[in-house]
Design a protein around this ligand. Structure first.
Ligand SMILES: [Zn+2]
Length: 271
């Protein structure tokens, strides 16, 4: 009993609005403290893109999702309603490992011209979903949306059937077909389409540009526009789209860029 109690207490102590882990690398998140006059939320921008600003233990924190292709060096945020006009972020280098995969459907590696049209159309839809900025303050203390081993981590440099393709922009959870997929945090379901690469997908908008996508589902249990609570079932694990077998691909976007979902999870043993 004693052994069970400790992790439970640790979980209860995890604040509901805990900021993600600060990891200023490509594909990471910079957590930037802001000084502001009392009572009013400051605003932060990266270029023209608004950033999530959350409050934790009486402090304002701007959250910057750093694109995977960002070279090491200094980035500047523009601030409004803050004591300073700008904030600097020093991006460090990170080398992600290589992963080689074999997929059976050759069209998933070299799509036909007709497939390319569909892919371009879907890219536009997904880019729009990723960039959406709702005013609602997000809950950033996520729970893993499926039970299982973390099989492919974020950022892996990928080769499909020997050919270089885009890096792995999400986290894979090994779970059997039909296993429940649950919302990592409260939000609104904003899309439930079937995509060429991603298969049946549920996008959940958590607020302020924090968005998660659950891919390759065998079944979708929610509708667009539906509000979901943390832990509410969205659908079931499957093998739709470009996959080597059933699993959940969970992607997390901040200010329109894919970031490492593990930064939003409470530290756990074995991770
Ligand atoms: Zn994946």
């Amino acid at each position: 009993m004693k052994r069970l109690l400790l992790p439970l207490l640790a979980l209860a102590a995890w604040p509901a609005l805990a900021a993600p882990r600060h990891l200023p690398v490509p594909g990471g998140v910079a957590v930037v403290p802001l000084q502001a006059p009392a009572g009013k939320a400051p605003r932060a921008f990266f270029g023209d893109t608004p950033l999530a600003v959350v409050r934790e233990e009486g402090r304002w924190l701007a959250l910057l999702g750093i694109p995977l292709e960002t070279p090491p060096g200094r980035l500047s945020l523009r601030l409004e309603g803050s004591d300073a006009a700008t904030a600097e972020v020093e991006v460090r280098a990170k080398d992600y490992p290589v992963q080689r995969l074999t997929v059976r459907n050759p069209r998933h590696v070299n799509p036909t011209p007709e497939d390319e049209l569909r892919i371009a159309r879907e890219q536009e839809i997904q880019d729009r979903l990723k960039r959406h900025f709702a005013a609602t303050a997000p809950v950033t203390a996520f729970r893993l949306p499926a039970d299982g081993r973390l099989s492919s981590r974020f950022g892996l440099r990928r080769f499909f059937n020997g050919e270089p393709r885009r890096p792995h922009a999400g986290l894979d959870v090994a779970a059997g077909s039909g296993a429940p997929v649950r919302a990592a945090a409260p939000g609104t379901v904003v899309n439930t389409d079937n995509f060429f690469f991603n298969g049946n997908t549920v996008f959940v908008d958590h607020g302020q540009g924090l968005i998660s996508a659950h891919m390759h589902l065998s079944r979708v249990d929610v509708k667009e526009g539906q509000r979901v609570a943390q832990g509410e079932q969205l659908g079931a694990v499957g093998a739709t789209g470009r996959v080597t077998g059933p699993h959940l691909h969970w992607a997390v976007f901040l200010n329109g860029t894919a970031v490492d979902p593990e930064l939003f999870l409470a530290p756990a043993k074995g991770r």
